[in-house]
Design a protein around this ligand. Structure first.
Ligand SMILES: Nc1nc2c(c(=O)[nH]1)N[C@H]1C(S)=C(S)[C@@H](COP(=O)(O)O)O[C@H]1N2
Ligand SMILES: [Mo]
Length: 406
């Protein structure tokens, strides 16, 4: 009895601290009851996100940015979208964290501590674009199930870590290796420890690219918990689902990885175009690899008003999966004519590129500014929604903003 009271007193104190004031009648709270004031954590505070970010789901946590929030050249944590398939790991001890490399095509099974990874291998830093395969899903009709992302499931942060290639080679890759698959420490929504929320991967060639990192830093600091602390795979230019968070195991496979969300229609589109709403059998769905060319006007915010005497300065970013963006244009007449934007080179492969333009307007009234990027193979963004697909992936339609000239 004595001890129980003591425990309760401590918990009450902690709860009062979290709520920010004394809990009057706290001594009447039954064991195990969580006061309402503590039941709804503020996700913006919890994840250090800007309050203008949009929460799409809380079980699991999914949050996206708005176009104008992505104006920074390098996306800071507060504007970075969160996409979780399961529950964020609840207990992480970086000092005992290990990464195991195994699989049919690994010459041996080997386990490394974080300290070993950091000291044994050379470190690299790249800016890498991560876009969720389902970014833009909300526009598809008939609608596709899943998070209704608008345009904000994309980021380009600075990632520091070691090359996945270096560690795979340290373990030894057998000749028959074709794919790698990751495993993370997040928890399945059912809390069944035998189930994984997601376990995807990439062909060996992508795994061996210079820019494919096992990262332990984001923007020069430890990776925030929601983004994969203390170790994550970063494979820029591909659906961000390839970039496993909280990674503790990577398997070198002698066949296409068959982990959770690799099969069925997950992260797959019809191999050949289909009519909207058409049923597609799993056998006719192909895994998404490089993401398509896309761009975003991040300034001004849609709805801006400005005087006719001034030119409108716009800016934003463009990216094209594995490719480079070669041309960036804008239109103020709903796509009838296009003018060139200024386009910067990427700082490194797989980083988004920055564009800007200075637009004159001759008449007052309502306009839309549309932006269109073209990749190094000559493929441009479609003006409106591209090919419908059952899961609503790969919407790379031109982004547009409304402006009023007065
Ligand atoms: N372990 C693990 N890794 C994961 C996921 C996940 O749910 N669990 N989600 C994937 C998906 S679908 C995306 S789009 C990106 C999102 O990365 P972010 O939350 O850091 O923006 O992480 C990927 N890596
Ligand atoms: Mo995703």
């Amino acid at each position: 009895m004595h001890r129980r009271n003591f425990v309760k007193k401590t918990i009450l104190g902690t709860m009062a601290g979290a709520i920010g004031t004394e809990i009057v009648f706290g001594n009447h709270i039954l064991d195990g009851y969580v006061p309402l004031g503590l039941q709804d954590p503020d996700p913006f505070k919890m994840f250090n996100k800007d309050p203008e970010m949009v929460v799409l789901n809380d079980k699991p946590w999914n949050m996206e940015a708005r176009a104008h929030l992505l104006d920074d050249k390098i996306t800071p944590n507060k504007f970075m979208f969160i996409r979780n398939n399961g529950i964020i790991p609840e207990k992480i001890d970086a000092s005992s964290w290990t990464l195991t490399i195994d699989g049919e095509s690994a010459r041996q099974t080997k386990t490394y501590t974080l300290a070993e990874l950091k000291s044994k291998f050379k470190q690299y830093t790249y800016q890498l674009t991560l876009e969720c395969g389902g970014n833009g899903r909300s526009e598809f009709d008939p609608p596709a199930k899943g998070n209704q992302w608008t345009i904000g499931a994309v980021s380009c942060a600075t990632w520091t870590g070691i090359r996945l290639r270096d560690i795979l080679e340290d373990v030894g890759i057998k000749k028959d290796a074709v794919y790698i698959g990751y495993h993370g420490a997040d928890i399945h929504l059912s809390r069944d420890p035998l189930k994984e929320p997601i376990s995807r991967g990439a062909p060996l060639a992508k795994a061996l690219q210079d820019e494919t990192l096992l990262a332990f830093q984001m923007n020069g600091e430890e990776i925030p918990l929601a983004h994969g602390y203390p170790l994550r795979l970063v494979a820029g230019g591909w659906p961000a689902s390839v970039s496993g968070k909280w990674v503790n195991r990577i398997s070198i496979r002698n066949k296409e990885h068959d982990g959770e969300k690799m099969g069925g229609s997950s992260y797959r589109v019809p191999c050949k175009p289909v009519a909207p709403g058409e049923k597609v059998s799993d056998g006719d769905m192909c895994i998404i690899e490089s993401m398509p060319v896309k761009s975003l006007i991040t300034y001004p915010k849609s709805g801006a008003t400005f005087p006719k005497s001034k030119r409108l300065e716009i800016r934003g970013h463009a990216w094209a999966g594995e490719l480079e963006v070669l041309k960036m244009e804008y239109s103020i007449d709903f796509g009838a004519t296009w003018s060139d934007c200024k386009l910067e080179k990427p700082i490194n492969r797989l980083a988004w590129q920055h564009f800007s333009a200075s637009i004159p307007f001759t008449e007052i009234g309502y306009y839309e500014v549309w932006a269109r990027a073209t990749d190094s193979k000559g493929k441009a963004q479609p003006m409106l929604l591209p090919g419908w697909n059952p899961k609503g992936y790969l919407n790379n339609a031109c982004h547009r903003i409304a402006v009023k000239v007065i």
